[in-house]
Design a protein around this ligand. Structure first.
Ligand code: GDP
Length: 528
């Protein structure tokens, strides 16, 4: 197959949702369609079980699953599909943000009864900022839920999206009869049987035909006609370019558990979702069709076996072909590296591969060369943008609890931070180390992993910080900046990249500081 055809047939995407909306179930049904798995239950949920915060087995279990489900790849009708796993738990939201830098589109799953939930809002807002194309799947139609129009309104308002329904439910919950597929112009009847296949779809290209009444009953047919008329009146017609630019979001209805409406979603997805997209680097925009290989690390996974300290770095290929045993330039270290056993991912396993294409993810064994955001190229010096750190929500001093193991502790902290488990800040005043995290759970993860993987012990001490702001002086040599550094020295720290960070202890003091030093900008993310 031609190189450009290999690119065109790839779809790399993520499924995002609030926990319990049905992400795992949908993933599994998609894999079943691809013939990639044989039975339900094969995909393990990467969820943190409730109340498991201090259960370390649970942390390890979760890590194990998250290695196994990091990338799920399968073939469907000539399309190579790569699903990138995104944790739904809010304490791991940063992992998800980083994974979103490696997807070309997303599917958003919403529970028909719960509507738009907190995590959906956060994750969608990140996708919106980056103009990532989104398809919405409203799930659990076999249950009683919100009215379809009400839900579409809620999605538009809370998520700030412009929706276009491409399917529409006929009844709901107990009365759920099926779905009218606006995209394919046919009716799919719901039987509650999860082995539904395509033959049961009834073509109804003319809505006024009596066939509709025969199929779903006269009163349901009447309601459906009215509703579809409303749909046509209210919503714009589907436009692929607008969708691919992130300006318009098609919506499907269904029930993942019953495998209902999933094939319709998948068939539309492979037709409209973008193949790998160009990506911006610090020097230029790189196109997937370019001959020379480039890619970037969006995730690092530590080996589950503590005796082997090696890690797996997940690289998204942006352009060119990635080949085994070819030396590539690690641009941050200005060093050539070659990889004798790059892993490609399939539904249930990983395998060593010789060649991978743009859109694909390769897993590279790493002994500490990589950190998140690193770029590999065939020789060109460039660095991919778009993997910022966000201000953590929690801050604690980290102290060494075993003076004999200081070296192990620092090495451990260093590597865990490279993996993106948390962020490290070093206070300017006294060199004390502060760990910032998105969720409280990470402190336990760090403590546990430092002990089990590095043989080091740590304790934490509370620290009152409201937000970490990356400091961006308009002129580092002006008096205002010098004054700021002097007056606020107690609150200044460096992040791991050596960027200056202001640790504001309250929103009030942050505002006061902003007012007092108008020439300095304070950013909530590390990339500005
Ligand atoms: P995730 O947290 O988003 O990955 O959600 P899961 O896929 O684990 O689903 C959460 C729960 O909802 C599970 O008990 C599923 O069986 C259930 N579920 C998923 N899809 C449906 C559906 O279409 N209908 C019903 N009734 N339940 C569903």
């Amino acid at each position: 197959m031609k190189f450009t055809d290999e690119i065109k047939r790839r779809r790399t995407f993520g499924i995002i949702s609030h926990p319990d909306a049905g992400k795992t179930t949908l993933t599994e049904k998609l894999l079943l369609f691809g013939g990639a798995i044989q039975e339900a239950g094969a995909v393990k949920s990467n969820k943190i079980k409730k109340g498991a915060t201090s259960d370390f087995m649970e942390i390890e279990r979760q890590r194990g699953i998250s290695v196994a489900t990091s990338v799920l790849a399968f073939e469907y009708q000539g399309t190579k599909i790569n699903i990138l796993d995104t944790p739904g738990h809010k304490d791991f939201a940063e992992d998800t943000f980083r994974t979103l830098t490696a997807v070309d589109s997303v599917i958003v799953v919403i529970d028909v009864a719960k509507g738009v939930e907190e995590q959906t809002e956060k994750l969608v807002s990140v996708c919106r900022m980056r103009n990532i194309p989104m398809i919405v799947f409203i799930n659990k139609l076999d249950r009683e839920g919100k009215d379809a129009f009400e839900l579409l309104d809620e999605i538009e308002q809370k998520l700030d999206l412009k929706v276009v329904p491409l399917s529409f439910p006929i009844g709901m919950g107990y009365d759920f009869k099926g779905i009218y597929n606006i995209w394919e112009k046919n009716v799919n009847l719901f039987s509650g049987d999860s082995r539904k296949n395509i033959e049961e779809t009834i073509e109804i290209s003319d809505l006024s035909s009596g066939l509709l009444d025969q199929t779903i009953g006269a009163s349901s047919a009447e309601t459906l006609r009215e509703e579809l008329e409303l749909v046509e009146g209210i919503y714009p017609s589907f436009d692929k370019t607008a969708y691919q630019e992130g300006k318009l979001q098609p919506v499907f209805f269904g029930s993942a558990l019953n495998n209902f409406g999933v094939r319709e979603l998948l068939d539309c997805f492979i037709t409209i979702a973008p193949s790998p997209r160009p990506k911006e680097s610090d020097v230029r925009v790189v196109k997937p069709e370019e001959k020379e290989f480039t890619g970037f690390v969006f995730k690092i996974h530590a080996n589950m076996d503590p005796k082997h300290r090696d890690r797996l770095a997940f690289v998204k290929i942006v352009s060119g072909k990635f080949e085994r045993n070819v030396p590539y330039l690690h641009t941050r270290h200005d060093k050539k590296l070659k990889f004798s056993s790059p892993n490609a991912f399939f539904a249930e396993k990983k395998e060593i591969v010789d060649v991978s294409y743009p859109g694909d993810i390769v897993g590279l064994h790493d002994t500490g060369n990589f950190k998140i955001g690193d770029t590999l190229t065939q020789g060109e010096v460039l660095q991919y943008k778009g993997i910022p750190s966000f201000s953590p929500e929690h801050f604690r001093y980290i102290n060494n609890a075993d003076p004999m193991k200081a070296k192990q502790l620092f090495k451990g902290i260093d590597q865990l931070m490279d993996e993106g488990v948390a962020q490290l800040f070093t206070l300017e005043l006294n060199g004390r180390k502060v760990i910032g995290t998105v969720g409280a759970l990470q402190y336990e993860v760090i403590q546990y992993r430092l002990e089990h993987e590095y043989g080091a012990k740590c304790t934490y001490e509370n620290l009152n910080v409201h937000k970490a702001c990356w400091v961006d002086p308009s002129d580092p040599s002006n008096e205002e900046f010098k004054d700021f550094k002097r007056v606020k020295s107690k609150f200044l720290a460096k992040d791991k990249q050596g960027q200056l960070v202001f640790l504001a202890d309250s929103s009030f003091s942050l505002q006061m500081t902003k007012d007092k030093y108008p020439s300095i900008k304070f950013h909530y993310t590390s990339e500005f």
